[in-house]
Design a protein around this ligand. Sequence first.
Ligand SMILES: [Zn+2]
Length: 494
Amino acid sequence: MRIAIAGFMQETNSFVPFTTTVKTFEEQYFHRGDELLTAFGSARLEITAALDVLKQAGATPVPLLATMAMASGTVERKSFDTIMGEIEQRLKAAQANDAPVDGVFLALHGAMIVEDQPDAESEIVRRVRAQLKPGTPIAVSLDLHGHITAAMIQPDVAYIGYREFPHIDMYETGYRAASLLLDWIAGKVKPVMALSKRHMVFSPDSARTGTPPLSDIVAEGRAMEARGEVLHVSLFPVQPWIDTPDLGFAALVCAGSKEAAQAAADKLAKMAWDRRAEFEPEVTPLDEIIRIGLSSPGLTAASDAGDAPSGGGAGDSTAVLAALLHAGADRADRITICTIVDAAAAAEAAKAGVGKTVTLKVGHKRSGLGEPLTVTGKVKVISDGTYVLEGPGGNGMVGEMGLTVVLGIGAIRLNLRSIAHFEWDLGIHKSLGLDPARAALVFVRSPAHFRASYAPIAARIFLADTPGPTCLNMRRIPWTKVTRPIYPLDLVND
Ligand SMILES: [Zn+2]
């Protein structure tokens, strides 16, 4: 038995003003042909799981291509076709001389948008199917933040999504999808998919699988599986930063009959809809957080969630710094730490040297989403930006900020870094001689993950209602294409 394997994953953020190209994919990973068999080592990913399932069953993997990009802007059509074309060509070559594959395993994200295609995954699946003998099954693993559409429901295609957010089950998801594929080929199951959607969106931070309301809906899905009513339940609360029609919560069910799958999907989607108000995040106005932080003992840690690199943001918004200066945080008796990604400003400050006072225009150079802010401060630290992550996630790994300067603007410590990357780890500041635990306020460009690092040292934690391409406040997102009405923008009743 021969199973073709491919991975093509990207999570689009429609509000980032740069497109995603082949190069963006290459920056994360891009493996071709047999490279796939060893490139991931023992990493617990969808593709390594599929390879394990095939090995255990004595099936032969036909590795095509696997690539992934960080969350980033809309995918350029030409780049999409380059990658998709290579998958098609490799699949065609693998089946030359009348040697069709028996099935296909695909690792996709679900929220990829191409310039002229608001639903990239439906096109990927359609183009793969076009290369196959009719009736050849395709099993697809998806991220729980995927945007699931009716066009994705196609003959001979089954989907299984992650069950966990934060994501810890890529391997388990790949394992389930690959196992389903083999059972399907063996004739043990004949999966049918059904989708039920509700037009509502919320920030990922308020749609975690381990906390209500989502945990209750997840539990009902697991119960349906345990009772044998359906094969697999996947819930997709979707990520909200894509501007596309039909955006919303999806329940996607795989069962032995269309009736059973549709009944289960409808029930789960209604459960989510009925509890929609509970998904609203608790965000706090920026000014209020600064006031509390400067006047309260201990550390106040706040998420500047509007411009988080983990969600595709450039990390160069000046909203927090401007509000800090407005509130007089530079004249406070305790320090405040914040960051801005600005390679040019970091280089200019580094050129002046430690101890020198400089006047710089900082921010919005990469994103172009606002005007730079002019600030005057003293160059405190110059670093190559290498730091060691303290954990709890990624403990011991080395992170890179590129050339980094700490600018002292009175009591404000502005970390001017060159590279946008994850920001939640305390090692970022400690590598620069700053101790977040002793600060009055620290702003972190991370929507959720920062809690793990900051909860042990912070007296209080807030989610700031800041603007930007990853903002938590759904009412601030500048959608133009989403299908209206949508909750919570429009007051929607049943
Ligand atoms: Zn996700």
